[in-house]
Write a protein that binds this ligand. Structure first.
Ligand SMILES: C[S@@+](CC[C@H](N)C(=O)[O-])C[C@H]1O[C@@H](n2cnc3c(N)ncnc32)[C@H](O)[C@@H]1O
Length: 314
């Protein structure tokens, strides 16, 4: 799958309309691509020190726009139109089945979904009366999640792992490659926060792309693709650059034909090695119980596209 997003490392610029001028270039955008092909559907704008005037985020309550990490003020948000397309482009599938089945197997009674996005998977964890928390730093994503069927059964929280509202969870997930969206500066703290949130014996599960496969080499496409969306005709193309070993910059261009607005997103994704992730999990207080290479639970090998970690809090 291919949800590619990065709240903290995206630079966005746009051109072509009055809206673009209002949106300005102060933001950081995040993009997500379809499960089977990397096409950007989803935009995150992370803005320092305030909302950009004239964007959809202005219609959200002010408190929704703050990222909650000490004194660091980072505002994140996505282009509303791309959030609206997210579930269509990233429907429920085998990855969600994997995480739901695991929840059943570990008899989870409480679930923490860190980086829950639109909440498409999050709400399904509530079946059986589980206590479910969905947490995401994007106000636009969270607003979408709150509006979906079944949302009332979830406790939605705006923020990153430093905003996890309580401990005692017995199951935590980061789905849709959320791990790759969290830069190294925040990653180890995120694991520590997750360990603290879980009770001893609790399970953390997440996936991250295998750096050895170098998937990004297939993502670049100067060729424009066009599709009809609920927001009109959308034209997409992208550039990719490995800026340093394990860090990939993806520049995604989204042209909304109706308004002649092009939103360009620069996205940084961190590809961590299996050994690195295992060491980091261990240092944070986890024992890795399994590393799968696909959603059917085949063991991970060097050619597997993804690494799916199942780790127990010790
Ligand atoms: C590709 S989406 C995945 C959403 C959802 N988990 C899914 O599977 O559909 C990545 C999500 O990670 C969130 N995110 C980015 N940085 C994060 C961080 N530091 N902590 C938690 N979530 C983060 C983004 O806001 C975005 O909603």
């Amino acid at each position: 799958m291919s949800k590619i997003s990065f709240p903290c490392a995206l630079v966005v610029s746009s051109q072509g309309s009055a809206h673009d001028q209002l949106a300005g270039g102060r933001g950081l955008h995040l993009s997500l691509r379809k499960r089977h092909q990397i096409s950007l559907r989803f935009t995150l704008r992370a803005v320092s020190f305030g909302h950009p005037r004239g964007t959809v985020t202005d219609r959200l309550p002010h408190s929704e726009g703050r990222l909650l990490r000490g004194n660091l003020i980072r505002m994140t948000d996505y282009d509303q139109r791309l959030v609206d397309l997210y579930d269509h482009d990233n429907p429920d599938g085998p990855d969600h089945d994997f995480y739901r089945t695991l929840a059943d197997e570990v008899s989870a009674e409480s679930v923490l979904d860190l980086g829950c996005g639109t909440g498409i998977l999050t709400v399904t964890f509530t079946q059986g009366g589980r206590d479910v928390v969905g947490l995401d730093p994007s106000a636009t994503m969270l607003a979408y999640a709150r509006g979906r069927a079944g949302a009332d059964a979830v406790n939605w929280v705006l923020g990153d792992s430093s905003s996890i509202p309580r401990d005692g969870f017995d199951y935590a997930v980061m789905t849709g490659n959320v791990a790759q969206h969290i830069p190294d500066t925040d990653w180890e703290r995120t694991l520590l926060d997750l360990r603290q949130a879980l009770e001893t014996g609790g399970i953390l599960a997440f996936e991250s792309r295998n750096p050895a496969v170098r998937a990004w080499e297939n993502w670049a496409s100067r060729e424009r693709t066009t599709r009809e969306t609920l927001h009109g005709t959308l034209v997409e193309w992208q550039d990719v650059l490995e800026t340093s070993p394990g860090t990939v910059e993806l520049r995604a261009h989204n042209l909304f034909a109706q308004t002649n607005e092009t939103v360009t997103e620069t996205l940084l994704l961190t590809f961590r090695e299996q050994n690195t992730l295992e060491q980091q999990l261990n240092a944070a207080g986890f024992v890795v119980e399994a590393t799968y290479g696909d959603w059917r639970r085949n063991p991970f090998n060097e050619g597997s596209p993804i690494m799916i970690f199942v780790a127990r809090a010790r």
